[in-house]
Every structure is written in structure tokens, then in C-alpha cells.
Design a protein. Structure first.
Length: 136
């Protein structure tokens, strides 16, 4: 039987690979991060995230990206909140929070922002396009 916890479904294949079922605390933190981000973007007429490329691996197959937005006229680093909201690992790279994105051949900044937007506004039509993305 496939375990369910909230809206998170762990498949048998993921269980075999050692995937962990999220705890209630992790799910609560994820929802709190989503709500904080929704509050930040509710104040913006056209929500925009500025992506900053912090590092590209030597092979070119992974990138470390930070996410910034404006709040009250000032830039705010929302990488940590975004990582929590999407369930992505966030790490500190030279004093900056980053999310590692694997793969190549597409705009990984857009990929991150699209996934975050869909995570925040998944119930609406074209949810992935609610937040726009710009490279900083």
C-alpha cells in the first residue's frame, strides 16, 4: 500500500530508494513558507522573482541559484522560503542561500520560478505563470 500524508504521496519505487514520508512538522513548515510567500507576492501588482546564478558545476550539469524579490522597495532573499515551499534542499554557498538545480538544456531560473509559482497557486489556471522571472 502506498502511504499518503497530506498531499504528499510516496510511491513504492521511492520507498525502495529510501524516500522518507514527510513528518507533520515538515508539512506544517512547508505550508507556513507557502503562506509567507503568498503574503509577500500579494503586495506586488505583478509578482516577479529575480534569479541569481551563483555557481555552475564544471560539467555544466548543475547550477546553484538564489531567488530574490522586492518587498517594500527593497530586495529580499526568498531562497530559503522557496526551498521550504517546494520541498527542495537549500544550502549555504559562500554566505548565500542557494537551491541546486540539476540538468541542462533549458532556462533553470525559469524552471525554479515556474515550480515555485505552481507550488503556491496550484489550484488556479496557468498557476506556473502567476509569478514572472528575470535574471539579475
Amino acid at each position: 500500500m502506498t502511504p499518503w500524508l497530506g498531499s504528499h504521496r510516496i510511491t513504492t519505487q521511492q520507498q525502495e530508494k529510501g524516500a522518507q514520508v514527510p513528518t507533520k512538522m515538515q508539512l506544517q513548515e512547508k505550508e507556513e513558507a507557502r503562506q509567507k510567500l503568498r503574503d509577500i507576492f500579494a503586495e506586488q501588482k505583478r509578482p516577479t522573482i529575480h534569479t541569481v546564478l551563483r555557481h555552475v558545476s564544471q560539467s555544466g550539469m548543475s547550477r546553484d541559484i538564489s531567488l530574490l524579490t522586492t518587498e517594500n522597495g527593497k530586495l529580499r532573499n526568498i531562497t530559503y522560503l522557496a526551498g521550504q515551499a517546494m520541498g527542495e534542499k537549500v544550502k549555504d554557498r559562500n554566505g548565500q542561500w542557494v537551491i541546486r538545480v540539476n540538468g541542462c538544456g533549458m532556462d533553470m531560473g525559469f524552471h525554479l520560478v515556474y515550480n515555485l509559482s505552481h507550488s503556491l497557486y496550484g489550484g488556479s489556471d496557468r498557476a506556473g505563470y502567476v509569478i514572472s522571472q528575470e535574471w539579475a
